[in-house]
Design a protein. Sequence first.
Length: 289
Amino acid sequence: MRRPIRAALGTLAGALAILGIGLAAATWVQLRLGLRPIRRLQGAVARVRRGADSALPLDQPRELVPLAEEINALIAQNAAGLANARHHVANLAHGLKTPLATLALRLEREGASAQARGLVAELDGRIAHHLRRARSAAPSTGERARTALAAVADDVAGALRHIHADRALDLTVVVPDDALVAVERQDLEEMLGNLIDNACRHAGSQVRIAATRQDAAWTITIADDGPGLPPEARTAALQPGVRLDEREPGYGFGLGIVVELAELYGGALTLDAAAIGGLCATLTLPRAA
């Protein structure tokens, strides 16, 4: 009796093993085929983020069409908000152009110094830059700029060495020569200028600027050995419209501009404690192709 039972059990065990292997293979194939639309949707989102497409295609499986439509609505809403903000910037810049031109003519008639006229010319150039940026498309769509990070960091650091020459700061820049970011040069100068100037004003004796590549982005760190900021103050400094009291030691007077510009390009700004004792500002910007 045991022999036929064992034979039957052996046949059954073999059949169950074959069935289990078949079910596992079928499950794997089903998952691969079932998740293929999700992977296609992921690629479409990546193309929108890179600026290759302006919206997600709606030729998706029926279950994914509502998700694609919601994402497209979010993209459209963000584009509308950005266009509104650019419109206000353009209006402000246009409003400043006329009085600035009048001031330049008056300075020339009154024989003002070359430095004063140069300052007015610099202001006029900055306003013209913001007008061009307001007229252009969002940096996250279409062709992106390519700016050498090392050159801009060296220029800004050199200027700030002269400004803070009386303090003999040890300001070092360690940025690879091949570091290219998808940011306009003037915007990059504005971001690095604010962050490095904050670090220099509050540093004891050292400021360290470095850049490392992280996948599709460059991470720029600006660290100093100053008094730093407690965590709650770091959070407050990054909030829109919040300024720290200028009478107290701290950072953040230009951080609102940096946060706005970084987010405009798909980047980010964070504040943390520095290894050399003060504050470390970490600016993440997209890498240029």
